[in-house]
Design a protein around this ligand. Structure first.
Ligand SMILES: CC(C)(COP(=O)(O)OP(=O)(O)OC[C@H]1O[C@@H](n2cnc3c(N)ncnc32)[C@H](O)[C@@H]1OP(=O)(O)O)[C@@H](O)C(=O)NCCC(=O)NCCS
Length: 156
């Protein structure tokens, strides 16, 4: 079941992110220390919405969206994680479908997201969901790493 995240889900979301298999943290393990700060900041931003995927009352995935993006009528998927044990079961896709529907409901026609060059799994995941790579941003994260910008028309 996917539902809007509540205040008491924040710790669970942080824990999911701390234990995620994101390749960025395999390259820079010490950067995991910064996770509680950026997750909390994004969670509390008034222009963001977070949703959790719950299975048997356990949060096993989450997605965050921003209700703006610097392109006309566009929103952004800002974060997405599924717990390692629950990957490749379609949960990431369900979370993305849900977030895209929410963006549509809010009146947005396009969805954008950034993902790291070091994350080929995410690139193939987003490609499968119909996202197209638009651009590359050297040092997007301030770590020297390149980010790819992906976008998708929601209504076409
Ligand atoms: C990226 C992520 C959210 C995908 O979630 P998931 O629940 O495993 O994805 P799904 O099961 O919904 O996969 C949907 C499709 O995406 C593609 N895909 C997913 N994982 C893949 C992988 N490891 N390798 C290649 N393709 C993959 C497949 O085409 C898959 O469909 P299929 O299983 O029918 O072949 C998950 O791997 C994750 O949490 N990774 C760590 C955090 C992260 O990188 N987040 C993205 C940050 S930008």
């Amino acid at each position: 079941m996917i539902r809007k995240a509540k205040e008491e889900d924040l710790d669970k979301i942080i824990s999911l992110e701390m234990n995620s298999s994101h390749p960025f943290y395999e390259i820079y393990p010490e950067r995991r220390k910064g996770i509680p700060i950026w997750v909390t900041r994004r969670f509390n931003e008034s222009n963001n919405e977070f949703f959790v995927y719950e299975k048997n009352n356990v949060v096993i995935g989450y997605v965050g969206l921003k209700k703006e993006f610097p392109a006309p009528e566009s929103g952004e998927i800002i974060t997405l994680t599924v717990s390692i044990e629950e990957q490749r079961k379609g949960i990431g896709k369900e979370l993305m479908d849900f977030a895209e529907k929410r963006l549509e409901e809010l009146g947005f026609g396009r969805s954008f997201l950034y993902t790291g060059k070091e994350n080929p799994r995410a690139q193939s995941f987003y490609g499968k969901l119909g996202y197209k790579k638009i651009n590359e941003f050297p040092d997007y994260y301030g770590t020297g790493d390149v980010a790819f910008l992906y976008g998708k028309w929601l209504k076409k």
